[in-house]
Design a protein around this ligand. Structure first.
Ligand SMILES: [Zn+2]
Length: 196
């Protein structure tokens, strides 16, 4: 794979999704020291309810492309003091997939369970809204791509919702149901991926 902290990094080869690389969203270089390496063994899904975890605040709740990605990265690096944006992929409501950390670098999305864990954020509050069809298709296509990159990863059985690790509503009731259906095969990762 590649090192996203290098100036001349090569993005993750995500060919079958509408993929926006770090370079395209003008990501800041991660902070040193660099990341621990990982060999992905699981994937954990998240939603987004605003920076304060205060639904009423509605901060940064709408998705505004590059501006939102830069705000997420800034928040994670300045407020949370992380090396970089916390997640490996960020999927917006239109189904665009934004590059976060390298898959082979440890993320920062599940307390005490970050190692070997790919973090995927679906942008929205799925406690109160339904994920869009476009973002679920983008999520499935991302899974198919990750499966090719990491053939030993047991997709979809290796997919978890954040709430399976800790006391949180994340990724919200609506998305949690969808993730469970994908995980247990009632909703195949190949269903609907040729749409749009
Ligand atoms: Zn979460």
């Amino acid at each position: 794979m590649y090192d996203s902290f290098a100036e001349d990094y090569i993005p993750v080869p995500m060919k079958f999704v509408d993929f926006i690389t770090r370079k395209e969203w003008k990501a800041k270089l991660p902070r040193r020291p660099f990341f621990e390496k990982q060999i992905p063994q699981r994937i954990t899904v998240h939603h987004f309810i605003g920076f304060d975890e205060d639904i009423s605040a509605k901060q940064m709740y709408g998705f505004d492309g590059i501006e939102t990605m830069l705000a997420l990265q800034k928040h994670d690096m300045k407020v949370l003091q992380l090396n970089d944006i916390a997640y490996h992929l960020i999927i917006d409501r239109e189904g665009k997939v934004w590059e976060g950390r390298d898959f082979d670098c440890v993320g920062n999305h599940v307390k005490s369970n970050n190692t070997n864990n790919i973090g995927i954020l679906l942008y929205g509050n799925f406690q109160i809204e339904e994920p869009t069809n476009g973002m679920i298709i983008a999520f499935k296509r991302s899974l198919i791509e990750i499966k090719v990159l990491f053939p030993n990863l047991d997709i979809p059985k290796c997919i978890f919702s954040h709430r399976e690790f800790t006391f949180t509503e994340c990724p919200g009731e609506h998305l949690y149901d969808i993730i469970n259906n994908i995980k247990w095969g009632t909703n195949s990762i190949y269903d609907g991926v040729d749409e749009q």
